[in-house]
Design a binder for this molecule. Structure first.
Ligand SMILES: NC(=O)c1ccc[n+]([C@@H]2O[C@H](COP(=O)([O-])OP(=O)(O)OC[C@H]3O[C@@H](n4cnc5c(N)ncnc54)[C@H](OP(=O)(O)O)[C@@H]3O)[C@@H](O)[C@H]2O)c1
Length: 344
């Protein structure tokens, strides 16, 4: 009797040209999975960690037309059924606030619905939401955000993620899982790189006159969690994801200063009133140039909130996972990667 060969998992990872999606693709390929990389690009960026410039045979690129449900269904009908889907494509910065709803909410729901309508429901549909979907914790007392905190997103980005989460839960038969990561840093990230560059140059501005509580997540820990969550029996759950340590903004700056061996760094606390003006100017500049800027009013509301600490007990209880990489270890690895790739 022929023995049944174990099949390797097939996965669709969207946003594959981005920071997180790119790393997920690499990791899935390293495990020997068959990967369909959802991307608008004709090739994946070569700033990734792998040295190979040739496309592996187990990697397929697909440009999904999220905007047009009928075309999207045709594309999915022609592709093999993906055992797992990680929907990582998302708009994190935009000049036009309505773009967030289109990309983060409508596109997400179109994809999930098309998978169901074509009879190609995956075993698990993992949606990369954000801590911003629930919004910041209270300022007083500064208790960590929990899953039970009432969602009060302060940004159009956060609201679009929350609306996507709510929509996914109404799609009958969809085995969804929702991750709400806090700020993710690590090799390949450009957002936190900006702060690292400033500290290296001897300047460390922080926003607001009172300390800000932050949580962080190293990208490799998120990747590890994704594999654990996909292959677990759990679905229909939402988890906040962060390293459990809560960090104050100044401690974060001090850590970077220490890792750069800088004796002097000018640490300036920018009053929120001034930051608000800069954000309004940034927003205007973005509208005029049509390009997204580092600080606009949406980003201001996120950066002005004092409490982004979060409680990950639900995640720990459900899959027994605690992101293991502390901020110092993660940043040592990240800085080494930035230097190796000439980013710093
Ligand atoms: N980085 C963080 O700190 C953080 C924290 C919490 C949650 N998240 C979420 O995690 C996911 C990945 O974040 P990231 O940091 O990797 O962001 P990123 O580097 O900006 O990557 C996002 C990717 O989404 C795709 N995308 C964006 N706009 C699109 C559009 N209009 N149509 C189709 N695809 C589009 C793009 O993929 P292609 O370039 O391949 O087309 C883009 O590279 C996002 O959903 C984000 O909201 C990120």
């Amino acid at each position: 009797m022929p023995t049944q060969q174990p099949t390797t998992p097939t996965i669709l990872i969207t946003g594959a040209g981005g920071f997180v999606g790119g790393r997920l693709v690499e990791s899935a390929l390293e495990q020997g999975w068959t990967v369909w990389a959802g991307t608008r690009r004709s090739s994946l960026p070569d700033n990734n960690r792998s040295d190979s410039s040739t496309k592996p045979s187990n990697l397929h690129l697909i440009h999904l037309d999220y905007e047009h449900p009928e075309h999207l269904q045709e594309q999915i009908a022609q592709a093999p059924r993906w055992q797992y889907v990680i929907h990582c494509a998302g708009l994190t910065r935009s000049v036009n606030p309505s773009d967030y709803a289109l990309v983060n909410t409508t596109y997400t729901l179109n994809l999930a619905q098309a998978l169901m309508d074509t009879g190609k429901a995956p075993d698990k549909f993992l949606f990369m939401s954000s801590l911003e979907a629930i919004g910041p914790g209270d300022d007083d007392p500064l208790n960590p955000i929990t899953l039970n905190s009432p969602p009060q997103p302060v940004s159009a980005y956060g609201r679009s993620k929350l609306a996507a989460e709510e929509g996914l839960k109404t799609i009958k038969g969809l085995p969804w899982l929702i991750l709400r990561p806090t700020g993710i840093y690590g090799p390949g990230d450009k957002d936190y790189l900006a702060m690292a560059k400033l500290v290296k140059s001897g300047l460390a501005p922080t926003l607001g006159l009172t300390p800000q509580r932050l949580s962080f997540l190293y990208v490799e820990d998120l990747v590890e969690l994704c594999w654990l969550a996909l292959t677990s029996a759990v679905s229909g759950k939402t988890w906040l994801v962060a390293h459990p340590a809560i960090v104050e903004d100044r401690d974060y700056v001090d850590l970077l200063q220490d890792l750069f061996h800088k004796h002097r760094v000018l640490k300036v606390r920018i009053p929120l009133s001034l930051a608000r003006v800069v954000a309004a100017l940034g927003e205007g500049l973005g509208r005029l140039s049509g390009k997204s800027v580092l600080i606009n009013q949406d980003k201001y509301r996120i950066m002005a909130a004092r409490n982004w600490s979060c409680n990950i007990t639900a995640l720990q209880e459900a899959v027994g996972y605690t992101p293991p990489t502390d901020l110092r270890t993660g940043w040592i690895k990240t800085l080494a990667w930035y230097r190796q790739h000439g980013w710093l």
